[in-house]
Structures are given as structure tokens and as C-alpha cells.
Design a protein around this ligand. Structure first.
Ligand code: MN3
Length: 206
């Protein structure tokens, strides 16, 4: 089964003025599409190597698998994490958990923004639920696949690769991060949080 590029959940221009149509179009149709293609290629090449019993390039294709697989997953999440009617603050269980783990929404927002602005090179800021520790964490992801704890369920992601913002914001990554908060789809994040916390999915490690 080949992976396919999932359609955007809104029109290309729906996130204006915070996220411009031209960037969204390129980002989804070209960049995200390239990760889907890269994931398919990695899976195909690993299958070929298994069949041939020749693993000369296994290190290369395993790296490609992690990079493109994570790239595909994070971009799909990224699109759904934004909404033309986004912004504001989370409510309910998610709000309570953010207060518990970060000492309040403003403190959470500050750490998330700082993590995003200060990613070294290409990467993401990511809010994730770690079922085994029963805790929310902010991660500063490098590329698409580095610097996590195994088992974390990503809930909210912010792309700070230059391809995500350069056409409109040029080198001003902090402006992109600030604008992006106006698009944050807290309903989507809350749904993912509830899903990640469903009892019986993964037992805590204690
Ligand atoms: Mn991207």
C-alpha cells in the first residue's frame, strides 16, 4: 500500500493573512508531497533489499524511512492543527493539563515559541503527550525525526523549516511563530489529546 498526500482540510487561501496562499500551496503540493514520495521510495527500496538478500544500502534507506515517514506525519498534523477560525486558548482537559505541566497557558506559549524560534537549522516545535510518563512535553525537533522520547504522541506541531515561512516572513522566523498562534486549532489538539489519553492504550511505566 502506497502512502498518499492527504488533501488540505481547507482552501489554499483560507489561512490568509497569517499564512499566505503561495506558501501554503508550495508547502503542501511540493514539500509535503516530496515526503510522501520519499517514504514510499524508502519502503520500496527496503522491500527490494529484503527480497534480494542484499542490504548494502540499508543504512541509507533506514535513515530515509525515519526522515520521510516523520516528515509525512508531522505535515499532516500541521495542516489539521491550523484553522481559519483558530487562535485563542485551549479549554477543558487540555487546558487543565497544560496548567499542570507548564504552570499556565502563557508560560506554555512562551516556551513553545522560544523552542520554535531557537530550533537549530530546520525543524519543529512540538507539543506531545507521553502516555508512559502521563505528562505533556514541548520538544524542539530537528529535521523531522530527531530529539524526542519514544512513545510520545504529537498533538500540536509548528513547522519552522525555512520552506514553511520564507516567502512571506523571509528571515523573520519569530514573526511567523507569532502569526501562527492566530491559526492554532485548539479543538483539533483537544481531540488528539483525548485520543492519546484513552485508557488502555499504553500503560504508564510504574
Ligand atoms: Mn514543512
Amino acid at each position: 500500500m502506497k502512502h498518499e498526500l492527504p488533501p488540505l482540510p481547507y482552501d489554499y487561501n483560507a489561512l490568509e493573512p497569517h499564512y499566505d496562499e503561495q506558501t501554503v500551496r508550495l508547502h503542501h503540493d511540493k514539500h509535503h508531497a516530496a515526503y510522501v514520495a520519499g517514504l514510499n521510495t524508502a519502503e520500496e527500496k527496503l522491500a527490494e533489499e529484503r527480497q534480494a538478500g542484499n542490504f548494502d544500502a540499508v543504512q541509507h534507506w533506514e535513515k530515509q524511512l525515519a526522515f520521510h515517514g516523520s516528515g509525512n506525519l508531522l505535515h499532516t498534523l500541521f495542516w489539521h492543527n491550523m484553522s481559519p477560525n483558530g487562535g485563542g486558548e485551549p479549554e477543558g482537559d487540555l487546558k487543565a493539563q497544560i496548567e499542570k505541566d507548564f504552570g499556565g497557558f502563557e508560560a506554555f506559549k512562551k516556551q513553545f515559541s522560544e523552542a520554535a524560534v531557537k530550533v537549530e537549522g530546520s525543524g519543529w516545535a512540538l507539543l506531545g503527550w507521553m502516555p508512559a510518563f502521563e505528562k505533556l512535553y514541548i520538544f524542539q525537533v530537528e529535521n523531522h525525526q530527531k530529539l524526542t522520547i519514544w512513545g510520545v504522541q504529537p498533538l500540536l506541531v509548528l513547522d519552522v523549516w525555512e520552506h514553511a515561512y520564507y516567502l512571506k516572513y523571509q528571515n523573520r522566523r519569530a514573526e511567523w511563530v507569532e502569526a501562527w498562534w492566530n491559526l492554532a486549532n485548539w479543538e483539533d489538539v483537544a481531540m488528539r489529546f483525548a485520543d492519546a489519553k484513552r485508557p488502555g492504550t499504553t500503560p504508564p511505566m510504574r
